[in-house]
Design a protein around this ligand. Sequence first.
Ligand code: CMC
Length: 357
Amino acid sequence: MRYRGYPIEQLAEKCSFLEVAYLVLFGELPTEPELKEWTDKITYHTMLHESTKKSLEGFRHDAHPMGMFISTVAALSTIYPDARNVLDPEVRKLQIYRLIGKVPTIAAYCYRHSLGFPYVYPDNDLSYTENFMNMLWRMVGPMYQANSALARALDILFILHADHEQNCSANMMRSAGSSQADPFVATAAAALSGPLHGGASKEVLKMLDEIGSKDRIPAYIEQIKAGHGKLMGFGHRIYKNYDPRARIIKWAADQVFQVTGRNPKLDIALELERIALEDEYFIKRKLYPNVDFYSGIIYQAMGFDPAMFTVLFAIPRTVGWLAQWQEMIMDPEQKIARPRQIYIGHNVRDFVSIEKR
Ligand code: CMC
């Protein structure tokens, strides 16, 4: 897996998320002044308009964070009507700053709304992930200070989730954006909440809870093989081998657990992986752990509620969606999306009045 030619392993080891975001969006790694300017632009746009904060108040306390997140991203369209001018490159750039700057703030506000906590404004002296953690977890006092190892692990997870070719949500972004809708509504359309896509990490934890202990794994696998459900966090439309992101996430998990203590679910996950990878059913179908198999375990150890997992995926993936959107808009051959359909319904027939049907 590579972004613009650079192997994901090298980027995860050596770059910050914002550096990778620049690469994904503009094609090259930034020079030092470019990175400084880029970081300044993003941090300048982290604040939400106060009316956005008020509109969040309208959600029920138990609203799903992803529903709140998507709706709030769409609502930005009402705050920034200039964004509709998508054919202007400068306007597009401004919306890119806005979206990447604001998605962590929206995510943190959604989280705090569900807990009934007051919102924490962004702090531009902090890094992208430290600022996000601060907005999530800072209380009245003492001052919250993000653990640097955890912030780095989150940064790496963000790097791994930044983009991934024509997946379900990237395709939605292109499809919605092809109507020249503004990028806020197109990003909201891209969603990614379903359990087969961005929601899979949450489903993995549910599955590990359901299994409960290592000795119950073989029976669980037999049940899957008999056609009762899927092994969540396994399989991928493109990877018919070990998802390279899962390997890096496994490494990041060790760093996180040194700070938080080991998540007991990890042992079940490791054993589940070992047994599945030796099983004829999974070997034959080339089913390996994907990016979501271990990410939920890390997020949970860091203190995130599973309901937030998809939102955590959406923050970095906003970069990928915007890169896909920008590329699509600039493509001179691009037309409005309209998948070809093969109609297999009735041929022409005459209307039948209701009493004769
Ligand atoms: N567990 C058990 N069997 C599976 C699984 C699984 N996780 N995934 C695929 N299969 C089987 C499937 O039943 C089929 O068997 P058969 O040939 O006997 O009918 C065969 O493998 C091929 O499946 P497919 O549906 O053609 O595979 P796909 O490439 O269309 O699906 C997938 C990819 C990711 C939707 C699927 O593997 C899946 O549902 N996995 C579980 C959900 C998951 O982890 N999603 C996260 C994906 S990565 C991050 C993201 O995109 O958000």
